[in-house]
Design a binder for this molecule. Structure first.
Ligand code: KPL
Length: 301
């Protein structure tokens, strides 16, 4: 199997280096380039502190023969732009796995790659990219894959090499439910930590806010068939806060580094879904507006 990673950020680099170390063929795709570029050296700092060196081939969007299973690990707002050069070129047999925070890209993918096997992945692996060629594995996590269309169902075989590489990977028949669970966690932790500009552990001092945000989401989540109580949602969020207490969330990092955030595909997606279902989410809307105000200091619309 040839694995092709689109988006060599923290998660993409973590998957690329681990897959390569476990003996899989891996390359990085840059769809801004038509052809192969110089291979990229990458230093992986493992959970036990040991360091290993990887070298990853870099290909362009016209190197179609070198594109295998396509793992999309860009920031969510880059997905459509990054995949656009492959529309009409990517062989229809090539599976595409969306593995990013937030939701709302699957519709575009289905429209533009209607025949490809489409899958979604949800991972809780912790990773930090300290510079362009240094990736640190910061926490063991679970990775779940599931199909977004009928052709995707044929690709359960992807799970085993991922499990060998990462220590855990499994198939889910309910991947959309897992995506929603992650969405809830991200919608609470990411904007709050970005507003407080602190590590995730700070939220242990703001449990009332977590409770209120979970409670407000409950009617929407129920409409999506997610029957957890507000307390159970709060518990789920607190478990992640606990597990990642010393880490900075991706949104805190984006704001601190003056980068565009994923808020439109996390809280923005929830607000859109709520509106379509005749619901209001005033506290989530207020958080959304706070992040947009912070973002507007360095991102122009
Ligand atoms: O996914 C995350 C992120 O930082 O984007 C976690 C660590 C779960 C926080 O919401």
């Amino acid at each position: 199997m040839q694995w092709t990673i689109l988006g060599a950020g923290a998660v993409g680099s973590l998957f690329a280096t681990h897959l390569q170390r476990s003996g899989q063929k891996v390359n990085l795709l840059d769809t801004r380039q038509p052809h192969r570029q110089q291979a990229k050296p990458m230093l992986l700092e493992q959970l036990d502190g040991s360091i290993c060196m990887c070298e990853l081939d870099c290909i362009g969007y016209q190197d179609l023969a070198q594109i295998g299973c396509l793992l999309v690990t860009t920031k969510v707002w880059q997905v459509t732009h990054a995949l656009q050069p492959l529309v009409g070129l990517l062989p229809e047999s090539c599976p595409i796995v969306l593995l990013h925070n937030g939701m709302g890209t699957a519709e575009w993918l289905t429209e533009h790659f209607p025949h490809n096997p489409l899958l979604a992945g949800v991972t809780s692996c912790g990773a930090l990219k300290t510079d362009a060629s240094h990736i640190k594995h910061t926490g063991f996590g679970e990775t779940w894959l599931g199909a977004l269309n009928a052709a995707g169902e044929q690709w359960q075989t992807l799970v085993s090499p991922l499990a060998d590489a990462l220590g855990h990977a499994a198939w889910s028949e309910h991947i959309q439910e897992r995506q929603w669970q992650k969405l809830v966690v991200n919608a609470v932790i990411n904007p709050l930590t970005a507003v407080y500009n602190q590590q995730s552990g700070i939220l242990l001092q703001h449990q009332d806010e977590i409770a209120a945000l979970c409670l407000e989401l409950r009617p929407l989540l129920l409409q999506q068939g997610l029957t957890n109580t507000a307390n159970e949602w709060q518990e789920l969020v607190l478990q992640v806060v606990d597990r990642t207490a010393k880490n900075y969330s991706s949104m805190q990092q984006d704001i601190a580094n003056r980068r565009r955030t994923e808020i439109d595909y996390i809280t923005g997606y929830l607000l859109q879904q709520a509106e379509q279902n005749g619901l209001e989410l005033p506290q989530h809307r207020a958080l959304y507006l706070k992040i947009k105000a912070l973002e507007s200091q360095f991102v122009t619309a």
